[in-house]
Design a protein around this ligand. Structure first.
Ligand code: FAD
Length: 277
């Protein structure tokens, strides 16, 4: 058992390695070792974790992470799985966006290094998931770090249903805020019938040809037409499965806009990450 009680950075300590006799239930805590830290943007990092007890999961699910301070104080937050179930079960990626005045995300950014141990629990979450049996087409709408579970869905779709039409609308403040940009931009080369559209709400580079405003019904109407073109069928065809994820205000505005353009409520799944940013 490793017992490093040395206080670090934001005041939390690495998890204890807990010997596990039997396979734990998905809701029990386990230890994960940080294998790699990848800088995604100036405020987003991906932590590749090797799980002591790998668990089957669905694209869209999340893990809880629990940090413990030397005085026993604990803080717990949820982080979506960025990797796909078809990638690996024993190694998962979590991407954490830095909230500068936050309690847990600065610890990830300032303290957590490869080789550290973290206490995690999961996979968790049911409604905001996608499995191949659910089909599509898929309209994925992300705001900021809301891209994380949608990356898992896109990656899984690429592995198991690469011709299923999928369109991602990704809203960020500036181009520098786009997480997984290289991966997203090369997605159409790796799978057919997929496309990513960006909307940059604060600053657009010179010559920018994407959207430059907050998500609204007209934008979603365009997306629905583009998605129908990707699938080679007319707009009147099958309603897409819509997944919306991001800050609370973003999710509510995007879901309202979907309803305004006639998308049936029962085809819209939402996941809220926190306050409007
Ligand atoms: C199901 C689920 C999945 C999630 N997945 C991810 C993920 O994949 N990646 C990720 O980075 N985050 C994710 N989150 C958000 C994450 O759980 C934390 O809320 C976030 O990291 C902030 O925690 P913190 O301790 O740093 O900030 P806190 O100490 O909790 O909050 C500090 C301040 O920031 C505000 N705040 C909190 N969260 C946010 C936010 N998301 N946006 C803007 N302001 C906020 C608070 O109101 C407060 O003012 C997810 C949340 C849920 C519920």
């Amino acid at each position: 058992m490793s017992t490093d009680f040395e206080q670090q950075g934001a005041g939390f300590i690495p998890a204890l390695s807990q010997p596990t006799a039997a396979l734990p239930a998905p809701s029990s805590w386990q230890t994960a070792v940080v294998e790699r830290v990848t800088v995604e943007t100036y405020r987003a990092r991906t932590f590749t974790l090797r799980l002591a007890e790998p668990r089957p999961f669905r694209a869209g699910q999340h893990y809880d992470v629990r940090l413990t301070a030397p005085d026993g104080y604990q803080a717990q937050r949820s982080y979506s799985i960025a990797s796909a179930p078809s990638d690996s079960l024993d190694v998962i990626d979590l991407t954490v966006e830095l909230i500068p005045d936050g309690e847990v995300s600065p610890y990830f950014h300032e303290v957590v290094q490869p080789g550290d141990e973290l206490e995690v629990r999961g996979p968790i979450g049911g409604p905001f998931t996608w499995t191949p049996e659910m089909g599509g087409p898929l309209l994925l709408i992300a705001g900021g770090s809301g891209i994380v579970p949608l990356r898992s869905i896109l990656a899984h779709r690429g592995d198991v249903a690469p011709s299923l039409p999928a369109l991602l609308l990704y809203s960020v403040r500036t181009l520098e805020d786009v997480i997984y940009r290289d991966w997203l931009d090369t997605l159409p080369e790796r799978t057919s019938a997929s496309s990513t559209l960006y909307t940059l709400t604060r600053r657009q580079p010179v010559g920018w040809r994407g959207y430059g405003r907050r998500v609204d019904p007209a934008m979603l109407d365009d997306c629905l037409s583009s998605l129908a073109e990707l699938g080679g069928h007319r707009r009147t065809g099958q309603a897409p499965l819509c997944y919306v994820c991001g800050p609370t205000g973003f999710v509510e505005a995007a879901a309202d806009a979907l309803l305004a353009v006639g998308v049936p409520e029962e085809t819209i799944k939402t996941e809220r990450f926190g306050p409007t940013s």
